[in-house]
Design a protein around this ligand. Structure first.
Ligand code: PLP
Length: 435
């Protein structure tokens, strides 16, 4: 039986175990909904006669998953107000749902700020969390009352002094992100050694430093990275207060991953309570956490090449899809992901997974490629299925919501715009979005 996951449901919120059970259960319900949407769409397309582009890749997005993740966040990190990192997936429906649920937004560019403000979000809910900003974007932020922004170097302070001296500034500090999927502190973040000098400069320029920001790296795996970053931030807070700044906010960044979220949140919560008294406002910038599992992508097999191996007396196949690493599978290159193909045909959605084992069923080996001319455009170099995949069949891949379509290109003339079918496995999300 399906249990709607709701923040108003006290029974659910009394126990983390009950919540975990409900999440598992509702994720199952979500799979059925997503499966139906995939099947309906695919069965409406006849590759032999369809118009150009009708067989293009498409997404199915479950807004219920985004909703559940928000409930889970509130349960485990009640002190931390999430500011969704728009860069991760600027899908308009995701932004609308999060705006309705009251989150803030982390924007990295003028376009992201504009997209969020155009939805009617108050500029006080936006942080321009990019320590190295384009000058005209800073002017745009100033004109639109987006006051909060990060910095991590002296030149940026001079830039802000010139363009937006009233801005509320967060000193971004470097972290130990060696255990993360995508390291960010190689590029951003002041070292503790330089923090004092920067604070002194900000004071001399009569700028307003109000907080500290950090990011432990996207796809973080070591909870202790949070503990260390929080203690470092405490040290910088103390230095800043020593310089006379009124420090009121700590920004703990993103890096949260679904599988390890509870463990991360427990360490982070403990550290926050130990080092930052309750009057300090805490915000976060989760991206991947909210959207990764909410998006499933369906792709069309446009071509197939048989690879004969006479010594094995069997064939393997190269499959060519209408999407690849230059498109929505950009996450393979930029985000170190390994999307797992599953077969979507004849109504068998969510039944056939690629198998490595051998249960007596003969397995056929495939490599899976994107549609462009480039040899790097490979989705997976080897996977096996217990059945034959033909030209015209469809494959689908789950957990394709983070750092996928946002970094797709149009290389070789392929489109970077793909349909998204929205479903909702949570009544709470359905009500907020009229789904
Ligand atoms: N905040 C900043 C400044 C970032 O650069 C990123 C990702 O690059 C994020 C937040 C989101 O990180 P994640 O998706 O790991 O939560």
């Amino acid at each position: 039986e399906y249990t709607p996951f709701s923040i108003t449901n006290r029974r659910l919120f009394n126990s983390k175990d009950v919540v975990a059970d409900a999440r598992r259960h509702n994720a199952h319900h979500a799979k059925q909904l997503i499966g139906d949407a995939l099947r309906d769409r695919v069965s409406s397309i006849d590759g032999d006669i369809c118009d150009v582009g009708d067989e293009d890749t498409f997404f199915v997005a479950d807004m219920g998953e985004v909703y559940r993740q928000h409930m889970r966040w509130k349960l485990n990190l009640p002190r931390v107000k999430p500011h969704y990192a728009v860069k991760c997936n600027p899908d308009p429906m995701v932004l609308r749902l999060l705006a309705e649920m009251g989150t803030g937004f982390d924007c990295a560019s003028k376009a992201e700020i504009e997209q969020v403000l155009k939805m009617g979000v108050d500029p006080s809910r936006v942080i321009y969390a990019q320590p190295c900003k384009t000058k005209s974007y800073v002017r745009y932020a100033a004109q639109n009352n987006v006051n909060q922004m990060t910095f991590d170097n002296a030149d940026e302070l001079h830039k802000i002094k010139q363009l937006f001296p009233e801005a509320e500034l967060y000193l971004r500090i470097a972290t130990d992100d060696s255990a993360s999927l995508c390291r960010l502190s190689l590029k951003f973040g002041a070292t503790l050694d330089s923090a004092n000098e920067l604070l002194q400069l900000a004071k001399g320029l009569d700028l307003k430093v109000v907080g500290v920001a950090f990011h432990v790296g996207s796809g973080a795996s070591d909870p202790n990275a949070f503990l260390k970053a929080v203690t470092d931030a405490r040290w910088v807070f103390d230095q800043a207060e020593g310089h006379g700044f009124n420090m009121h906010t700590l920004d703990v960044g993103g890096g949260f991953v679904g599988e390890t979220f509870e463990a991360m949140a427990a360490v982070l919560s403990g550290a926050l309570d130990a080092y930052f008294p309750q009057h300090v406002r805490i915000i976060g910038e989760p991206g991947r956490y909210y959207v990764s599992d909410a998006f499933t992508i369906a792709t069309h097999v446009i071509a197939r090449r048989t690879v004969s191996d006479k010594s094995l007396d069997s064939n393997s196949y190269m499959l060519y899809l209408n999407d690849g690493v230059y498109g929505n599978f950009s996450s393979i290159i930029f985000d170190h992901q390994h999307p797992v193909p599953k077969i979507l045909k004849n109504g068998n959605v969510f039944k056939h997974e690629s198998t490595a084992g051998n249960d007596g069923v003969a397995l056929t080996e495939y490599s899976i490629w994107g549609p462009t001319c480039d040899g790097i455009d490979c989705i997976t170099s080897s996977c096996t299925f217990p059945e034959v995949i033909n030209v015209g069949d469809w494959l689908y891949f789950e957990s394709m919501g983070a750092y996928t379509k946002c970094s797709a290109t149009r290389f070789n003339g392929f489109t970077d715009k793909h349909d998204c079918i929205y479903v909702s496995s949570e009544p709470g999300a359905s009500a907020l979005l009229d789904l």
